[in-house]
Design a protein around this ligand. Structure first.
Ligand SMILES: [Zn+2]
Length: 154
């Protein structure tokens, strides 16, 4: 990745980040990690998952979601990496996702580079960003909010 220009970020499928979700612990408000299991061909949101708090050790399990049922992938907890801005809130699922958003937004609004292998190209992460987060006039504020979250929430 070292030769990747700052303004270009490899396109990644959402599964690249969706296996590890950072949330606030329901017991102590510390940093908890939701480890997401293999979705077995279904949507990653349906996979079984386990929440483990890194601060107090609390553990909670959520079984695979039955067909036709929609469960909260964050297990009802607030995502830990929330960038609050005047325009709205942007969420990063985990450290790697935060890095990805920061590189994408700080580098300017370039098209995503194709994935390195197989030509798989999935712009879903970036296309799901709200328009205000991608607006050039808000970039400084969003990038600052990311830096604040990195300082205070990681
Ligand atoms: Zn805890």
């Amino acid at each position: 990745m070292s030769q990747t220009p700052r303004s270009r970020v490899a396109a990644l499928p959402s599964e690249a980040f969706g296996r590890r979700l950072l949330v606030d612990c329901p017991a102590c408000e510390g940093r908890a990690v939701i480890h997401v299991g293999d979705p077995g061909g279904r949507s990653i949101d349906a996979a079984a998952r386990r929440l483990v708090c890194e601060a107090c050790g609390l553990t909670r399990d959520q079984a695979q979601t039955p067909m036709g049922v929609i469960a909260d992938p964050f297990m009802g907890r607030p995502p830990r990496l929330r960038m609050e801005t005047r325009h709205g809130t942007l969420v990063a699922w985990n450290e790697a996702h935060l890095d990805y958003l920061e590189r994408y937004l700080a580098g300017g609004l370039r098209e995503e580079a194709p994935a390195a292998e197989g030509g798989v190209r999935n712009a879903s992460i970036v296309s799901r960003l709200p328009a205000w987060a991608k607006a050039a006039k808000n970039r400084d504020e969003v990038v600052k909010a990311i830096a604040r979250v990195r300082r205070e929430r990681l």
